[in-house]
Design a protein around this ligand. Structure first.
Ligand code: GLU
Length: 435
């Protein structure tokens, strides 16, 4: 017997350690979604393992001097899940619960989302585990700049382009753009999107995610025979995405009857004054204390009588524990990953239509793409033109996905994954393995 092991004994798919322990949480949910799409990928299923491991993970230490003279260390990440279709693209999140597994899942959903609306990007995501509300403005700036320097190795206008996500905004993008530009010696507006309009940002970007949620939501409602006029809408998370989507639905004649965020849960059968609620959130940091609405217990939110439910906060909110209570006919996922695969099945059996994150909230990255194109050409478009292009892309993507769902008799989530993963893996196959 030879002492040299035969090559066939070498395991083909040994998982890196960071992929082994964690099959729960957002990354585990994403893997289940990939497993569901695999039977529909034909010969491309040969490449499916590509989708199950991020291409590149960077973990950085972010030390800063606090205002009181102490040194604090934060853990930061930038994950490039897949770069087959173009540079990495996806936001940066500042939140006390950020983990590597979460950022991996968010980066993977960016790959799927970007391919679903056919913008020429791969998928990436970043984050820092920090509660930004506990930092002063100066500390927040120092942390953002140090993080940007640390991930500066792998980002760039043609490499990987960050953008806002939970708790990050135009000011943070301005600091990131400036830091990268100072480090590289030239003003690189195209290194991030979601910048203030005066710094190469795009008109319409702030509202784009909410506008996309509304646009595809109306399309889906039509298929259900659900009239927007008078429809009861419940929104979880009343930040940039939930607030804008709520306002657009209210403008179209719907009633925003329930809202929930980290500060409280409110109910008002007649429908809330959404612009007033947005102003209240702007001033006070949350929906709590908004006059005129009834205060509900946190868990009561999921069971409120409504026609449309818009989760627009964090992952894994709709689970096997609360899916049964949901009364809506249509769920539009403004957040990334708000529904677990188990809840997906329960809602499917109940006949609830779910418009998945990877198409429903793609409006933000679509206008990020417009911003990036405008930065490269230094030629800026009108808001009217931007919104018209956004609506066209979202409607076309939705129509294609709807058709695939009918053809294969699958959920809209699986249909979106079929369209997107086919595009990603086709690009992967054509590029080939190097060397
Ligand atoms: N953070 C947003 C998302 O989850 C936008 C990403 C971008 O514009 O790159 O889609």
């Amino acid at each position: 017997m030879s002492s040299v092991p035969s090559t066939s004994a070498v395991p083909q798919h040994v998982l890196p350690s960071y992929l082994q322990a964690d099959h729960l949480g957002p990354w585990g949910n994403y893997l289940k979604q990939v497993d569901r799409v695999t039977p529909y990928l034909g010969h491309l299923s040969r490449w499916v393992e590509t989708l199950k491991r991020p291409k590149r993970i960077l973990i950085v230490d972010v030390p800063i001097e606090m205002d009181n003279g102490t040194i604090a260390h934060f853990e930061g990440y930038r994950v490039q899940h897949n770069l087959s279709r173009g540079p990495g693209k996806g936001g940066v999140r500042f939140h006390q619960d950020v983990t590597l597994s979460e950022v991996m899942a968010l980066s993977a959903w960016m790959s799927v989302k970007n391919a679903a609306v056919n913008v020429p990007y791969g998928g990436a995501k970043g984050g820092i585990r920090v509660d930004p509300k506990k930092l002063s403005r100066a500390e927040l700036e120092r942390m953002t700049r140090r993080y940007t320097s640390e991930i500066g190795l792998i980002i760039g206008p043609t490499k990987d382009i960050p953008a806002p996500d939970v708790n990050t905004n135009g000011q943070i993008m301005a600091w990131m753009m400036d830091t990268y530009s100072m480090n590289t010696g030239s003003t690189a507006t195209g290194v991030v999107t979601g910048k203030p309009v005066d710094l190469g940002g795009s008109l319409g970007r702030n509202e784009a995610t909410g506008r996309g949620v509304f646009t595809v939501g109306v399309e889906a409602a039509q298929h259900l025979g659900l009239k927007i006029e008078g429809a009861r809408v419940a929104v979880q998370g009343f930040g940039n995405v939930g607030g804008t989507a709520g306002r657009l639905f209210a403008d179209a004649g719907a009633r925003v009857v329930a809202v929930q965020d980290h500060t409280g849960t409110l109910y008002q059968e007649a429908g809330m004054d959404v612009p007033a609620l947005q102003a209240h959130v702007q001033q006070t940091g949350g929906v709590a204390g908004f006059a005129g609405a009834e205060v509900l217990a946190h868990e009561a939110f999921w069971g409120v009588p409504c026609d449309i439910l818009i989760p627009a906060a964090l992952e894994s909110q709709i689970t096997a524990d609360n899916a049964d209570q949901i009364q809506a006919r249509l769920i539009i996922e403004g957040a990334n990953g708000p529904t677990t695969p188990e809840a997906d099945d329960i809602l499917h059996d109940k006949g609830v239509l779910i418009l998945p994150d990877v198409i429903a909230n793609a409006g933000g990255v679509t206008v990020s793409y417009f911003e990036w194109v405008q930065d490269f050409s230094s030629f800026f478009w009108s808001e009217e033109e931007i919104n018209a292009r956004l609506v066209r892309i979202m409607k076309e993507a939705f129509a294609g996905i709807w058709q695939v769902a009918q053809e294969h008799q699958v959920s809209l989530r699986t249909a979106t994954f079929i369209v997107a993963c086919t595009r990603i893996l086709h690009a992967r196959e054509m590029r080939g393995l190097y060397p």
